[in-house]
Design a protein around this ligand. Structure first.
Ligand SMILES: [Zn+2]
Ligand SMILES: [Zn+2]
Length: 375
């Protein structure tokens, strides 16, 4: 409050002088009086003096500016606009004047009118820094940002002026799965490694390749006699569909043939469970799981996906002369496209005579032949 004492004092002094002299005030004196009233927010008195100046000196830009501001102080925007229009009509086009009126329009929250005004005169006064600066200020005021949404790579950014708002978003991590490491679903940045397959993690290895010929052992039906034979996996194919095997969206067929040959004389004597083959999953492999309870599901990119498994006997031949038994199978899996986790094992049937249902750890013993269909 102390600050207002001096202007009030000056005002009273001016009024006293006015009374004392009773001489008409000059334009400058009236402007000073008006300005002093503006300082103490006595807008009515200020307006009156500015209007007096305009009446006697219509070419005074300061009077128009002051009157418009006094109207603004009184909350009379229409009055302010009327005075500005009057000033624009009377005053010559000067950079300072135009700058003054555009500032008033901005204060009236009409930057569009300020822009129109400045664009209208800037062609005629193109090299005036004061107008160039004002134009830039108005354009900035009127600029409507067109923000692109923030991502984990870039913050929210105006595609027009490049202004940045806020910060980049954190990555959206999807946990590592058997096929991929941890990955940001937004920018594909990766972290770490894919999960280790259950088969590797538990220390198992394959011992059979496609087209190789391998000796193996099985057990006769009764009495329990070891039968020796040979086995080969061959003709591995991947296809979308073929006769009798319709295509399925997102799936493909993986097929392999298995040929087993027995020339052991024991097979003639005793017969045999000619070896037992089973399929399992490389990635989710759990040696403690019960063989018979394996469900037909694999995990691909973190999702459980069902698959189908078929076995056809292609050939089943018994040659008494040479005591040779040949059996050929086609093993067909309708699998998710690109899935590379299918394993087939030939295991000794003997394990399945036990009272207790065998686990994978039981059947994948030294005699088992284990192949991974796809690497
Ligand atoms: Zn912008
Ligand atoms: Zn990211």
């Amino acid at each position: 409050m102390k600050k207002s004492i001096i202007p009030v004092f000056l005002l009273i002094l001016s009024l006293l002088l006015l009374v004392a002299c009773s001489k008409p005030l000059t334009t400058d004196e009236l402007l000073e009086l008006a300005d002093n009233n503006m300082r103490i927010r006595n807008y009515d008195a200020a307006l009156e003096h500015y209007l007096s100046v305009i009446e006697t000196e219509p070419m005074s830009p300061l009077a128009y500016n002051g009157a418009a501001r006094a109207y603004l102080g009184l909350g009379n925007e229409d009055g302010a606009i009327e005075i500005i229009m009057m000033g624009l009509g009377e005053l010559p086009i000067e950079p300072v004047t135009i700058e003054m009126f555009t500032t008033l329009f901005i204060e009236l929250d009409r930057p569009d009118v300020a822009l129109f005004l400045i664009q209208h005169v800037i062609d005629r006064l193109p090299r005036e820094p004061i107008l160039q600066a004002k134009l830039a200020e108005i354009e900035k005021l009127m600029h409507v940002h067109i923000f692109t949404e923030a991502t984990c790579q870039i913050a929210k950014t105006c595609s027009s002026c490049g202004e940045i708002e806020g910060e980049t978003l954190p990555h959206i991590w999807r946990d590592a799965n058997f096929q991929e490491p941890g990955i940001c679903i937004d920018c594909n940045e990766t972290e770490g490694e894919p999960l280790i397959s259950g088969f590797t993690e538990h220390g198992y290895t394959t011992n059979v390749n496609l087209n190789g010929l391998y000796p193996h052992k099985t057990t006769s039906t009764a009495p329990a006699v070891t039968i020796v034979g040979e086995a080969t996996f061959f003709d591995f194919r991947i296809f979308d569909s073929e006769e009798g095997r319709p295509g399925k969206e997102g799936y493909e067929y993986q097929s392999v043939k298995l040929l087993k040959t027995y020339t052991d004389s024991e097979i003639r004597q005793s017969g045999s469970w000619v070896f037992y083959h089973l399929a399992f999953d490389y990635y989710t492999f759990d040696p403690s799981a019960i063989v018979f309870e394996s469900d037909r599901v694999v995990n691909m990119y973190g999702e459980d996906v069902e698959y189908s498994y078929f076995v056809n006997v292609i050939r089943d031949e018994w040659n008494r002369t040479t005591t040779t038994f040949i059996i050929e199978y086609e093993i067909v899996i309708l699998a998710p496209v690109g899935y590379d986790g299918f394993m087939i094992a030939l295991v000794n049937w003997d394990h399945f005579n036990d009272e207790q249902a065998p686990t994978f750890a039981d059947v994948l013993d030294a005699d088992a032949l284990v192949i991974k269909l796809r690497s």
